[in-house]
Ligand binder design. Structure first.
Ligand code: HGY
Ligand code: MN
Ligand code: MN
Length: 413
């Protein structure tokens, strides 16, 4: 039976959530563990309570909202994504997967469908890694890939820690963060890239997610007066950084069309325009779908940093803040997504995700797949990020079909 979600209700909820933690240019700024993040979760919980769901937090603040199934304590089907956004984020990255997952719950209620397995909607803590630099932090702790204390010790630019914020917000749940029993997991998300729109395809059936490494690169120079100090006697970390940036971008360009390198978050000390810096710090995000290539890029990044540091007689330190290897999703879940799109008469194609997602950590413990819809110009992590109501409804309806297949609907009330 072909069922569809209520697209108007889903769109109204997306717009209501976008009112919380608005950006300055029409997008969102609802950073992890902020008051805006708390307000967004409170709004979702008000809707979930009205829908008869229960909820709990785990120790790292991951929020689980449950629709019971006929078989008590049966392994659940997990849907969801994240509500935290980039500082200049869009209204749909993550949010669409959470509210699309909740729309599936609402639609099952409307249709009076009882599923054998419970449906759990999860809101992962700090997926973006902007304020606290570990992306997919909540799902990494849940999966056992990141220690709870290491996560709680992460601090923002003001020195506020994840742990302090969890305790302040009351999200430091009693339940241990661990992959409880789940039958299957599906994450609905915008593509955040140009492939589906360029192909005119309505649904992305995600088979894999590319791997990533996040680095903090620190270069240590010798402070000196910008005026009288001759150029040839300086130990200037800015000279080394300039070469490193060029070298890494040339490395990415020479490593094929799938390699990605991004430098951001530049800091220098002391804060002065007329002193050769003592310290320069930069963040680097490297990505590739193939783990061996990602490892080779890692070795080359270290070589480039060492070579330029030596050439300019500055010290260096490279910290790997985050390593998420490439992930392949479970064929039974991938094909359930494909069947859902087909039964709805929607065009679909298999695709590899360029962005990281919480589903990467979930896939290590539960059969998992993702569903993409196109977004305008493939743009994301930009306040102009946009989708249409029709696209939003289509993706959530595919999620409905995939979830029903996994949760085994057993009767209609
Ligand atoms: O970095 C990522 O790919 C994700 O948006 N956190
Ligand atoms: Mn996301
Ligand atoms: Mn994102």
């Amino acid at each position: 039976m072909v069922m569809r979600v209520d697209g108007d209700r889903l769109w109204a909820r997306l717009m209501a959530m976008a009112e919380i933690g608005p950006g300055v240019a029409g997008g969102s700024n609802r950073q992890a563990l902020s008051d805006e993040d708390a307000a967004g979760r409170a709004l979702l919980l008000s809707w979930a309570a009205a829908a008869g769901c229960t909820h709990h937090f785990d120790e790292i603040g991951n929020l689980f909202i449950t629709r019971t199934g006929a078989v008590v304590d049966a392994p659940s089907v997990l849907v969801g994504s994240h509500l935290d956004t980039q500082p200049t984020g869009g209204r749909f990255d993550g949010v669409y997967g959470v509210l699309g997952g909740f729309e599936v719950i609402e639609t099952l209620n409307d249709l009076g469908i009882v599923t054998e397995a419970p449906i759990e909607l999860v809101v992962w803590t700090n997926e973006e890694g902007s304020r606290f630099q570990h992306s997919m932090m909540g799902s990494a702790v849940w999966a056992g890939s990141l220690g709870l204390e290491a996560a709680r010790d992460l601090v923002d630019v003001d020195g506020v820690s994840v742990g302090e914020e969890l305790d302040r917000l009351g999200w430091n749940g009693e339940r241990a963060t661990s992959p409880a029993d789940h039958d299957a997991a599906f994450e609905l998300h915008i593509e955040q890239g140009p492939i589906l729109e360029a192909a005119g395809t309505e649904v992305g059936v995600v088979t894999d997610v590319q791997g990533l490494r996040w680095y903090t690169i620190e270069l240590f120079g010798y402070p000196a007066h910008a005026g009288p100090t001759p150029m040839n006697v300086r130990r200037d970390p800015a000279r080394a950084l300039g070469e490193i940036i060029n070298g890494v971008y040339e490395l990415a360009a020479a490593s094929g069309p799938d390699a990605r390198a991004t430098f951001a978050m530049f800091e220098s000390e002391p804060t002065s325009p007329n002193t050769v810096p003592e310290l320069i710090r930069a963040r680097l995000d490297m990505r590739h779908p193939d783990e061996a290539t990602l490892d080779a890029l890692n070795e080359e990044v270290h070589r480039i940093v060492e070579r330029s540091s030596t050439r300019h007689d500055v010290g260096h330190r490279i910290t790997i803040d985050n390593h998420s290897p490439p992930v392949q999703f479970a064929e039974q879940c991938v094909s359930a997504v494909e069947r859902g799109a087909r039964s709805l008469g929607l065009s679909s194609q298999r695709i590899v995700s360029g962005a990281g997602h919480d589903a990467c950590y979930v896939a290590g413990h539960v059969p998992t797949a993702m569903i993409f819809i196109p977004c305008d110009d493939g743009l994301s992590h930009n306040e102009a990020e946009n989708i249409s109501e029709e696209q939003a409804e289509a993706g959530a309806s595919v999620l409905l079909h995939a979830v029903l297949e996994a949760a085994r609907s057993i009767r209609r009330l």
